[in-house]
Write a protein that binds this ligand. Sequence first.
Ligand code: ZN
Ligand code: ZN
Length: 96
Amino acid sequence: MYSKEQQLKSKRIKKKSKNFSEKTKQEIFERDDWRCVRCESYYIESVPHHIIYKSQGGTGEATNGATVCRDCHTLAHSRKDVRKWFEGFREQLLRR
Ligand SMILES: [Zn+2]
Ligand SMILES: [Zn+2]
């Protein structure tokens, strides 16, 4: 049996990619119908937005990704209320 500490340690060592894999990207785009989740524009960025930033421990899982257009993406990174909006979007995904 592993102790809890050992488990945590091995988790930390096992480096999980925080970037979205090609497969996850497809999954996110398809889930979001190839449209920006916030304004429904079809002019989407080629890479989904990380709802929880990588620098804050966000992962490359589909539930941390959102299809975004350039405008909403810029706002997500510059405005706190828009960032919060995306966090709310993520919570809905997690509840599904
Ligand atoms: Zn948008
Ligand atoms: Zn982003």
